[in-house]
Design a protein around this ligand. Structure first.
Ligand code: C2E
Ligand code: MG
Ligand code: MG
Ligand code: MG
Length: 282
């Protein structure tokens, strides 16, 4: 009867929700130890300038190895780190580690290669962001020109004034800034003129469709032309096929990134790319 069914259905749902929140809680606690337990690694995915067919940099992507060979995806743990505030110290670890890779690149003679680092909303909300960033770069003897920050419009929306103030300061210091996942938000166009950016990164969802949907192709071409008219350069992310790269080149896209040119890889492999292919050295 209904009386018997009701509560059991309810308790089924509440149990499974508890299970989910317990898992999130545990993940949050484990994240607190991840830095000291050395469970983070920074991987690097090459970015290629189409005009010269040269590696011009890499995006740094965080990897969390909770036990040997077992990784948790950043799409799963970054939101948790954003909620519990851990993202601020994780972000500092990421920047410090990216600087060390930059240093290794410079030592090997690749002085023009730069590293792009993803930044979360909470980081852009800090009062002392530029001081923290400056001291990490100083400790590593790296100049801001070697580092790019990737931001998304959604992160700017939480506290736009503070975020824009911080971004302007970072840009003034000499960092470059890229607007990530472009085209997926609610007000992409509005943010193009509000934010002090240098690059637009067209979201992977458009690139995936570019060969099969005329609409997607038209949108990509329009984004490229508009960005260029605004004095910005364009990066396409998620390029997996030669045909996509060829079409993007024809459309005037500046930089490409994706499995076609390399998966995200540990530092030693990224450094090795330059040795294996001397022509690609920038
Ligand atoms: P994102 O910044 O948009 O990074 C691009 C994602 O696309 C990466 O996923 C990358 O591995 C993946 N990708 C690159 N090329 C291809 C391709 O050709 N095909 C496909 N299917 N995927 C490709 P990943 O590494 O899992 O990172 C997911 C997201 O997590 C990132 O999206 C970024 O928002 C966030 N994230 C990663 N590392 C950090 C970090 O250090 N700090 C912060 N705040 N967020 C990070
Ligand atoms: Mg990114
Ligand atoms: Mg992206
Ligand atoms: Mg993303």
């Amino acid at each position: 009867d209904a009386k018997k069914k009701g509560p059991s259905v309810f308790s089924f749902y509440s149990e499974s929700m508890n299970q989910a929140s317990i898992e999130l809680f545990e993940m949050g606690n484990n994240l607190r130890k991840a830095i000291t337990d050395q469970q983070f690694q920074l991987y690097f995915q090459p970015k290629v300038r189409l005009l010269e067919k040269k590696i011009m940099g890499a995006e740094a992507l965080l990897r969390w190895e909770i036990e040997k060979g077992k990784f948790i995806s950043p799409s799963d743990f970054i939101p948790v780190a954003e909620k519990n505030g851990m993202i601020v110290s994780i972000g500092e670890w990421v920047l410090d580690t990216a600087c060390k890779t930059c240093r290794a690149l410079h030592r090997a003679g690749h002085t023009n290669v730069h590293i792009a680092v993803n930044v979360s909303a909470l980081q852009l909300d800090q009062n002392n962001l530029s001081d923290n960033v400056a001291s990490i770069l100083e400790q590593n003897k790296i100049s801001p020109e070697s580092i790019e920050f990737e931001i998304t419009e959604t992160l700017v929306m939480s506290n736009p004034e503070k975020a824009i103030e911080n971004l302007k300061q970072l840009k003034q210091m000499g960092f470059t800034i890229a607007l990530d996942d472009f085209g997926t938000g609610y007000s992409s166009l509005a943010y193009l003129q509000k934010l002090p950016i240098d690059y637009v990164k067209i979201d992977i969802s458009f690139i995936r469709q570019i060969l099969v949907s005329l609409n997607a192709a038209v949108m990509v071409k329009t984004i490229i032309d508009m960005a260029h008219n605004l004095g910005l350069q364009v990066i396409a992310e998620g390029v997996e096929e030669e045909k996509q790269a060829k079409l993007l080149e024809k459309m005037g896209c500046d930089i490409v990134q994706g499995f076609l040119f390399g998966h995200p890889m540990p530092e030693q492999y990224f450094l090795g790319l330059f040795d294996r292919n001397p022509k690609e050295i920038s």
